[in-house]
Ligand binder design. Structure first.
Ligand code: ADE
Ligand code: ZN
Length: 346
């Protein structure tokens, strides 16, 4: 048996932050079948193996079709709790100390599930993970961009009684044909409410959508943003502003944004001075949680210890943790890297 690569050892030891994770995208096939049974929902798959076999996507839309269909098994507060609890347990095992998760309320309210049922189930699991494992978190309500801006306003209204426990808003779903500017008024309202804004942009859509997310929606983070690389002026701006880009490498491969992880621009993004970091997006569908994304990138791109540490530092820098807590985690990273280097030199 070959020894573990020393940089993989370092990856295992580093504290991790996840900034791009759709809670509905953590629904593992086993739990999907269990919830289907519990709620009397029939799934169009004979068993777990045939469901997994369907996870063979051509593009973002082919994934979204399956992802929205899978979410139909989520009906009760307990279902949303169980889903979130399973993710948080897995994240804890991966060394995730802080996570900022998206939820898509419109996927559920459209099926008649009350907003409060969705919110309270997720909230209970997040609060429990903080108390039990010390995992800090933020909750980001994401609007579905294939729906209208008015539908976004309707769900925002339902969220208002719960805003004490909602830390920001996002924009996700089908990117082509649904530019950020479609949601200019909605995001202006969210900013008035004091909600920090993020948006998926430049995943499949063009660099121009990243510009709109910055200038029209006034986001403080870009989710994905890999197609920004097609516009050198935009790259220079993103680097100068240290605008975080929540990159999701295994997602990009599963959704055919890149043919192979060895072609992924993660290293080029770091070299360009971008505040990029690694995230898992929809790990139950894309074949890997955060730790697996990092290990796969290290292998495919032969990332150095410096690059892996930069990714970890970028994650904490881009998080919504208070500055003093970020500084504490940066010191923890320095300590771990120092010990690891001393071991390597011995
Ligand atoms: N919803 C869940 N995952 C998504 C992704 N990768 N892009 C856009 N919307 C999503
Ligand atoms: Zn995403």
């Amino acid at each position: 048996m070959s020894a573990i690569h020393p940089v993989d050892v370092l990856i295992g030891r580093l504290p991790k932050t996840e900034l791009h994770l759709h809670i509905e995208g953590t629904l593992e096939p086993e739990l999907m079948f269990e919830l289907a049974r519990r709620n009397g929902v029939s799934l169009p798959y004979a068993d777990i193996a045939s469901l997994r076999a369907a996870y063979d996507f051509n593009n973002l839309q082919s994934f979204l079709d399956l992802y929205y269909a899978g979410a139909d098994v989520l009906r009760t507060e307990q279902d949303f709790y169980d889903l979130s609890r399973a993710y948080l347990q897995r994240a804890h095992q991966d060394g995730v100390v802080h996570t900022e998760i998206f939820f898509d309320p419109q996927t559920h309210t459209a099926r008649g599930i009350p907003f409060a049922v969705v919110y309270q189930g997720i909230r209970r699991a997040l609060d429990q993970a903080q108390a039990e494992w010390g995992i800090s978190s933020r909750l980001i309500m994401s609007f579905l961009r294939h729906l209208s801006e008015d539908e976004g306003f309707a769900v925002l209204e339902q969220a208002v009684p719960h805003l004490a426990g909602i830390d920001g808003v996002g924009l996700d779903s089908s990117e082509f044909g649904h530019p950020p500017s479609k949601f200019a008024r909605l995001f202006a309202r969210c900013r008035e409410l004091g909600l920090p804004c993020v948006a998926h942009a430049g995943e499949e859509g063009p660099a121009a959508y990243v510009l709109e997310a910055l200038d029209v929606l006034k986001v403080c983070r870009i989710d994905h943003g890999v197609r920004s690389l097609e516009d050198p002026a935009l790259v220079a701006r993103l680097a100068a502003e240290r605008m975080p880009l929540t990159v999701c490498p295994l997602s990009n491969i599963k959704l055919k944004v890149y043919a192979d992880l060895a072609e992924h621009p993660l290293r080029r993004m770091l070299q360009a001075g971008l505040a990029a970091m690694v995230n898992s997006d929809d790990p139950a569908y894309f074949g890997g949680y955060l730790g697996e994304n990092l290990l796969a990138c290290r292998r495919a791109l032969d990332l150095s210890a410096e690059e892996v540490v930069q990714l970890a530092r970028n994650s904490f820098e881009a998080s919504w943790l208070p500055p003093a807590v970020k500084a504490d985690w940066q010191r923890v990273i320095s300590g771990i890297v120092g010990d690891w280097r001393a071991e390597q030199a011995a």
